[in-house]
Design a protein around this ligand. Structure first.
Ligand SMILES: Nc1ncnc2c1ncn2[C@@H]1O[C@H](COP(=O)(O)OP(=O)(O)OP(=O)(O)O)[C@@H](O)[C@H]1O
Ligand SMILES: [Mg+2]
Length: 188
């Protein structure tokens, strides 16, 4: 995978499979420490101690067909290859927290990529799940929350093409702004 957003997609899909009703995705970049922390927190069914140990093993999957689960191992490897760290905490019946810290000055660091495409696809495919995206770069923070969108869009489902496109553009623009990008609707 060339982009971290695709690893993040895998991790969030695990949360959705675990029947989470709320998934929070937090990216925190520090340009002085040269770190990017990515945290995914869900209120899904969680894992037992045994399931947790197995989840860290690439040759384990709870899927019944004989196959290898790679979402977690690939995310862990992506972080560790940059000299960063990886951790999982899970409480059976309560939820799961996964954190990976990347060293952004490593040659092995791959860019976040199209997070707006990832998040809008998740919202579109899972209209009954709520997603929060918290993205901060140094002292600037941007928060996106589907619960707010659902309140405002009233009877129009968040998975309708117009809303999904709006979400995609909204996230793209706000993330660009965090990196000092210039937006179209600023008159300065
Ligand atoms: N957020 C989560 N909540 C509950 N269980 C989880 C969560 N994330 C992972 N798991 C458990 O850990 C296993 C391994 O996850 P991983 O993403 O590595 O592989 P997979 O989802 O089985 O397969 P793949 O991601 O390759 O399609 C999952 O099958 C699931 O049992
Ligand atoms: Mg998976």
């Amino acid at each position: 995978m060339r982009e971290l957003s695709l690893n993040i997609l895998d991790i969030v899909e695990n949360s959705v499979s675990a029947e989470a009703s709320l998934v929070s995705i937090e990216l925190t970049e520090d340009s002085h420490l040269n770190t990017l922390s990515v945290t995914v927190i869900d209120n899904g069914k969680g894992m037992t101690q045994e399931e947790l140990l197995k989840a860290k093993d690439p040759f384990y999957t709870s899927g019944t067909t004989r196959r290898v689960g790679m979402g977690i191992p690939l995310f862990k490897m992506a972080a560790e290859q940059t000299g960063g760290t990886f951790s999982i905490h899970s409480v059976d019946g309560k939820g799961t927290l996964i954190n990976a810290i990347f060293k952004t000055d490593s040659l092995n660091f791959k860019p976040v990529g199209d997070l707006h495409a990832t998040v809008s696809a998740l919202v579109s495919a899972n209209p009954y799940v709520d997603f929060v995206l918290k993205y901060s770069v140094d002292n600037n923070e941007f928060v996106f929350d589907t619960r707010e969108i659902k309140q405002k869009s009233e009877e129009i489902p968040v998975s309708s093409p117009d809303i999904v496109k709006w979400i995609r553009d909204f996230i793209e623009q706000n993330v660009n702004n965090l990196y000092g990008g210039v937006t179209d609707n600023e008159n300065t």
